[in-house]
Design a protein around this ligand. Structure first.
Ligand code: UDP
Length: 515
């Protein structure tokens, strides 16, 4: 493909740039990275997007879209050694793991991509040569590849600056180590505004097997990186960007919201995966509803809500009497609740409720004018997509940094209300008790959908951030400028860090010794 710059002036520095992007194979990380690929290509960069065969299949729609408009994004496909690491054949994405216990196997299999990727990039050192590697933090081992190529290495962690900063403080200070009581309040020294969370809500409190072993490596490598890419924008969290930069002495490139790279309705409807329902039907349904009248409920790609909790949520939505679209992730939990859905519930709400089983065209729905409220698990992509949509949020975090994102949304941006979750749910584990009652659901929906002063203010603020988000990526907006500067700066930099090997980082053992 020939490169095309829709981003205005394509300078000499950007014309020769070639960025290698290495996303984590989990939809919450891969989706923004494909968006990033598009944004970079729109600014005249050639992009090599590293992936594996199964994930390449999921990206087919994205690649067709960029090719159609002549953008220079190409896939670099590396076979994924699933079977060598005890994973089912073709298990190449976190959402395909049969059990969370296999997560560490998955990480080891990712690490085994190092040699083949390095070899492929060496082979493909062509014109233009690689000028920068941007990798998900989980692929910390790509720093060596960048060093070998002598090019800068930037990291991406899929979250916002607010949450990245909080996670950094926890790790740097070992904040959680000696706290035994889950409800003990943790304070964050050095955070620019007061931040307190019970331990149960802190990122890192839930140990996903496998993550602990590599947490230190990720931290070390992130600290040595040439900067961090943030799917955020200056106007959203300027104070935290500034303060985090000073604390870590590294540049933070806020170049988002990356989701706004999509302007084509097909690309918006098919983002991430193929939708499990007909998007035209969904649009017709939305078109039939009044502007701002529909509640959209979706908890991302990984969170799995317990059947009892799903029933309670459904009853709360029913009691609110508002129109709603409710996405329930396909899988065991859905099958357990299927009978309840079909045996009365769907019939009772048929005039105003749509249930999507499986993958929803989330951005297409969120950005429809009928949506007036977003009930979200606060994964950062969903959060920033909600911000772009300019709608208030009901925050229902499940795990990881979602509780910190909730703080940003509720306490700082003041564009949402908490549903009142008390602590994290272990990813992939069974949870018998109901954490949020139907009354809490009904109260939160009613509070944000009414005409009261508080709700109106929240709506206005949400709308305002939505406009600022769009401006940030427009020509001469803050993120637009940052992308240009970042491309230029990376083109001028050489990676010389190979001279100072990181003492904590031993070379990974050969594959057969890792297991
Ligand atoms: N998503 C989607 N349809 C779904 C579920 C998720 O399009 O049915 C997209 C959503 O728009 C977001 C991403 O998947 O871009 C989920 O990322 P997020 O950070 O919100 O949560 P995670 O899945 O990582 O928990």
């Amino acid at each position: 493909a020939t490169s095309r710059s829709t981003g205005g002036d394509s300078t000499t520095a950007t014309a020769a740039a070639h960025f290698v992007l290495v996303p984590m194979m989990a939809q919450g990380h891969a989706i923004p990275m494909t968006d990033m690929a598009r944004l970079l290509a729109e600014h005249g960069v050639e992009v090599s997007l590293v992936t594996t065969p199964v994930n390449a299949g999921r990206m087919a729609g994205f690649i067709a879209g960029v090719e159609e408009v002549g953008l220079a994004v190409r896939l670099v496909e590396i076979p994924f050694p699933a079977a060598d690491f005890g994973l089912p054949d073709g298990c190449e994405n976190v959402d395909m793991l049969p059990s969370k216990d296999l997560f560490s196997n998955f990480l080891l299999a990712c690490g085994a991509l190092r040699q083949p990727l390095a070899a492929r990039l060496r082979e493909q050192q062509r014109r233009p040569p690689v000028s920068c590697v941007i990798a998900d933090m989980i692929h910390w081992w790509t720093s060596d590849i960048a060093r070998e190529l002598g090019v800068p290495w930037l990291t991406f962690n899929g979250s916002c600056t607010f949450a990245s900063f909080a996670r950094h403080i926890i790790q740097r200070n070992n904040l959680l180590e000696n706290i035994t009581d889950d409800q003990e309040i943790v304070k964050f020294p050095g955070f620019p505004t007061p931040l307190e969370l019970p331990k149960a809500k802190c990122p890192g409190v839930m140990c996903v097997p496998g993550i602990d072993q590599i947490r230190d490596k990720i931290y070390e490598e992130e600290m040595r990186s040439d900067g961090r890419i943030m799917n955020s924008f200056q106007e959203l969290e300027a104070l935290y960007i500034e303060s985090f930069q000073q604390t870590i002495g590294q540049k933070i490139w806020a170049v988002g919201p990356m989701c706004l790279c999509h302007r084509d309705s097909n690309a918006i409807a098919s983002r991430g995966n193929k939708a499990s329902m007909d998007d035209t039907e969904c649009l017709q349904w939305l078109d039939s509803k009044k502007p701002g009248s529909v509640v959209f409920v979706s908890f991302g790609s990984l969170a799995s809500t317990e059947p009892q909790q799903l029933v309670e949520l459904g009853l709360g939505l029913e009691a609110s009497k508002k129109p709603f679209i409710w996405v329930i992730k396909a899988g065991k939990k859905l099958s357990e609740v299927e009978e309840w859905l079909t045996d009365g519930f769907e019939e009772r709400v048929k005039d105003r409720g749509m249930i999507i089983r499986g993958w929803a065209p989330q951005m297409m729905i969120l950005w429809h004018q009928a949506i007036g409220l977003f009930m979200t698990h606060c994964g950062w992509n969903s959060t920033i997509e909600g911000i772009c949509a300019g709608v208030p949020m009901i925050t229902w975090p499940h795990f990881a940094e979602q509780f910190v994102n909730e703080k940003l949304v509720v306490d700082h941006l003041k564009i949402g209300v908490e549903i009142g979750v008390k602590g994290a749910t272990q990813w992939g584990s069974e949870q018998k008790e109901v954490k949020v009652t139907r009354d809490a659901v009904e109260t939160a929906v009613s509070m944000l959908m009414n005409e009261g002063e508080a709700a109106q203010e929240i709506r206005m603020r949400a709308k305002d951030f939505g406009m600022k988000a769009r401006k940030a990526l427009e020509e001469r907006g803050s993120s637009y400028n940052n992308i240009k500067l970042m491309i230029q700066e990376m083109g001028n930099r050489k990676n010389t860090s190979a001279a100072q090997p990181c003492p904590l980082l031993a070379k990974p053992a050969p594959v057969d010794q890792q297991r």
